[in-house]
Design a protein around this ligand. Sequence first.
Ligand SMILES: [Zn+2]
Ligand SMILES: [Zn+2]
Length: 299
Amino acid sequence: MAIDQFDIKQAKITKGAISQEIKEYCSRQPELKAIMTFYRDVFGIQKRYAARIPAQMPNLPSEEINRRMESRQPLIESGDIKLDLGMLRDIAKDISEVIELKSPSPPNGLARSISKKTTDKKWLERFAQSFIQKNEGNMAQIAREADLEPALASLLAHTMLAPFYWKKSIGLRKKAPLGQVPSGFCPICGSRPVMAFLRTEDGLRVLECSLCGTRWGTPRMICLFCGTRDQKSLRYYFMEEDRSRRVYVCDNCLSYLKVSDLTPRPGEILVPLEDFATSHLDQLAQDKGYKRVSSTVFS
Ligand SMILES: [Zn+2]
Ligand SMILES: [Zn+2]
């Protein structure tokens, strides 16, 4: 089959759809309510600000897109993200308020201290740039200047910058051949996926990026993190009561990837919610000694 025959439908997430899905998930797993409504509220803020960020049309010619995809170089480079520091400050304030009110382990006084710290535009720019450049050491250092725990700093940076990546990636997704990318990292922005699903119509394995939200299709008989095709190293586990949700492990690099099989049922999937709902599979794989290489929608 030719590569371009796999047309990838990108996720269309709305706050209404999230609320509807949360009801469904929580009727089966009530313990998910706190994390899921936290996500819904953060998403609502991101969506509101995203509407004010101008969409950026890609200035990459098709040959360059193909060349980068073949050499596994992300289409968005760190200098491509144009920041609006005033807006970034407002997003940081709104998100830190939600973290303080709704996160399962709320840090006291976060909103006030973020609101104060982000008036320092130099600090805010350094903080954002360290995330964009994926420089974790630098980010931890800059976060410490604001008394931010590393985990909280990465949650804040990831969620406040995601809308800028969404808007930058939309045009690129339309031009990039995303049907058969043999990689576990986002071809558009280079970030980690949240998890994967096998889509209803043809069972294609589709991953969704944790940062820019892009979906890409992948070949199935390969570990997407180390590239091995040795079938003796690849297997999957599931819980007896739910065979459609699986965790694929690789004995070559000891990574794992969660995959929900949608082929038995029609309909859409909200990948961030499905990720929360399958945390028992993370546990199962980690208990067997495999590590999560994928990310979450928060960090
Ligand atoms: Zn991405
Ligand atoms: Zn592997």
